[in-house]
Ligand binder design. Structure first.
Ligand code: ATP
Length: 489
């Protein structure tokens, strides 16, 4: 496992997926840069996400990463967006109290009070993970937002770097409701950078201090939570679930949407988005079924703003098991209500057709883009006898086609570059390489997950055909250049 993490990280850094930021100065935990391949892959993931989730009357907006303090007073983040912190009195290392409890005692510490954590630390004589001292300070809550001050007013105009994109759609809700012809439901998505001052980011690329979220806030009339126009079509679809009860024995059950609605009492609208999300992972991203599950959070574990909270977890071998990648949150009218109260601006809306006024409720899809990228690297990584490869589906592969002349002479490079230009005109992302043996060039593109290689050889000169090699099977076939783009697409 540790080896797989090392292996993937080494390839990611060497080939340009991601690497530590400011490496030449020693880097900073939780800060990573996307290299050229990582950025291409991230763009593709975000594009796929938008194409898939932005259905009728769902739109993307772009708000700010810097938001005034008033926003976070109202949203509850100033008071509640905390992690439990303790400090070693000997070496002054500061770390998360819940993590040490979880690591050493193998006990879920989410939802414990600071008092409970203090008692557990004392009772089990837990030690500083760095120097081994038992002299630890009392556990305190540490707010994870980065404060900043706006303008040259000497810290008086306080703002924060946003720890989630969600507040922007809430702040824009009233304007967009009016602009979108005053109808519910409607969705506001935002893909953007968010910032969390994680106490001790571990697991390399998995827990970051600056990362990207793709979030979708769906505003709806609360009286319609147990309806969806497409319900009949999805009722028999089986969701892969781990309820709180199923944690014992680590069970996952396949349960139809109908049963989830009737037996687990999850409302149809919420179940509909569970189904959408599962299909996105299994069908669009090609995640194997046995690596996917919805994981129910208990009332102590849920975020302070949610009434229903299930996470998507994927089984990541390099991190030793199922890890949270995405969340599906029923935020009720928590945020609109809070902003209405604090801003003293009316945020309820009048629905002309129904002749009634409502304060909409919200279901939120919250994807961490970076964790999804990492998960794709983990899940599609394969080591074979003679090669490493990422067997990414084309939809998320950073580059789709490698284009090679068999040798770099006799007019083959010129002909290959023409083909390369044609493919680019057809919006196929490709990569040209003429250095080294053809076998080595194939290995190199396998290692970055390119699904196809097109090779121009001497026969191309005679009959205007090229070979296409498919990455996973390594099988080759000949295709006419005139049909190449169509064939690849
Ligand atoms: P965790 O329990 O791992 O700290 P969270 O429950 O606080 O995560 P949410 O607030 O629900 O996470 O955020 C939604 C998504 O944002 C997560 O599912 C995850 O993909 C991503 N995310 C959250 N924190 C981080 C982080 N520090 N680094 C990278 N991605 C993150």
């Amino acid at each position: 496992m540790v080896n797989k993490l090392k292996e993937i990280t080494a390839i990611a850094e060497k080939r340009g997926f991601f690497f530590p930021t400011a490496e030449i100065y020693g880097g900073k935990a939780g800060l990573y840069t996307y290299g050229h391949l990582g950025k291409l892959m991230k763009n593709k993931f975000e594009w796929l996400w938008k194409c898939y989730f932005l259905e009728e009357n769902f739109w993307e907006i772009e708000g700010n990463s810097i938001l005034p303090e008033a926003v976070f007073k109202a949203s509850g983040h100033l008071k509640n967006f905390n992690d439990p912190l303790t400090e070693c009195k000997n070496c002054h290392f500061r770390f998360r109290a819940d993590e040490i409890i979880e690591d050493v005692l193998d006990k879920n510490a989410e939802g414990l009070s600071v008092k409970d954590m203090d008692s557990l630390i004392k009772k089990h004589k837990l030690k500083c993970p760095k120097c081994g001292s038992q002299q630890l300070t009392k556990v305190e809550w540490f707010n994870m937002m980065f404060p900043i001050s706006i303008g040259a007013v000497g810290g008086k105009d306080v703002a924060y770097l946003s720890p989630e994109t969600a507040q922007n759609p809430f702040l824009s809700f009233k304007r967009e409701f009016e602009a979108l012809r005053k109808k519910l439901p409607f969705g506001l998505a935002m893909i953007g950078k968010v910032f969390r001052n994680e106490i001790s980011p571990r697991q390399l690329f998995f827990r970051l201090r600056e990362f990207t979220q793709a979030e979708l806030q769906i505003f709806f009339d609360p009286s319609e939570i147990d309806t969806h126009t497409e319900w009949k079509k999805i009722a028999k679809y089986k969701l892969l679930l781990q309820t709180v009860k199923d944690r014992k024995g680590d069970k996952v059950k396949a349960v139809s949407c109908e049963e989830v609605n009737k037996k687990l009492k999850l409302p149809k609208l919420y179940v509909f988005y569970m189904q959408q999300i599962q299909k996105f992972y299994l069908e669009e991203l090609g995640i194997p079924k046995d690596k996917f599950r919805f994981h129910e959070l208990s009332s102590e574990e849920k975020a302070f703003y949610t009434k229903l909270h299930w996470d998507v977890q994927l089984n990541l071998e390099s991190l030793g098991g199922f890890k949270e990648i995405t969340g599906l949150h029923y935020r009720t009218d928590y945020d609109l209500e809070a902003h209405q109260k604090h801003s003293k601006k009316e945020l309820s809306v009048y629905l002309e057709r129904k002749k009634k006024r409502v304060l909409p409720h919200v279901i939120e899809l919250s994807f961490g883009v970076d964790r999804n990228i990492f998960a794709l690297l983990d899940i599609f990584f394969k080591q074979e006898k003679e090669r490493n490869l990422f067997s990414f589906p084309s939809a998320i592969a950073p580059i789709e086609v490698g284009v090679f002349p068999l040798v770099s002479k006799d007019g083959l490079p010129e002909m290959t570059k023409e083909i390369y230009g044609e493919l680019r005109k057809n919006h196929i992302s490709c990569f040209y390489d003429e250095d080294g043996s053809i076998g080595r060039r194939y290995r190199r593109i396998d290692e970055i997950g390119v699904p196809f290689a097109v090779t121009v050889d001497y026969q191309t000169m005679k009959d205007k055909s090229v070979t296409i090699r498919e990455r996973d099977s390594m099988k080759q076939k000949r295709v006419k250049i005139s049909e190449l783009a169509k064939h690849l697409k």
